[in-house]
Design a protein. Sequence first.
Length: 144
Amino acid sequence: DAVLERATVALAAEMVGTARRLFDMTLAYAKERIQFDVPIGSFQAIQHKLADMALELERATSAVQYAAMTIDAGDDDRHRATHVAKGAAGAAATRAAKDGIQIHGGIGYTWEHDLHLFIRHAYGSEAWLGTSDWHHDRLADLLF
């Protein structure tokens, strides 16, 4: 169980890194892509998507850091923290992938842009060691 918890938190940390990279790529693209003579990042719809991505990312980052601290300290809360971390990291990675591809438009699907590599990685990692929904169910079992 201890090895599985460590592996799950390590995967969650990697997923947070993937989500961070997707967010950074999307933010940079929103600043440089011009539409109607202004950057698309100035449009409110794009700003809301980027803000939601950033919130999910910060939530997942905090959850993964807390889970790593509890495992390192041997805290009794490590079981719950592990499930929260993987669930939050999965939500952040899939949201960053989904919104990132929408903001990038058609270029995100092409071989000329690296976005598709991170999207594949985000969705593939979501399934490893349990999906976010599975971890939420295990968390509910622990809480109730």
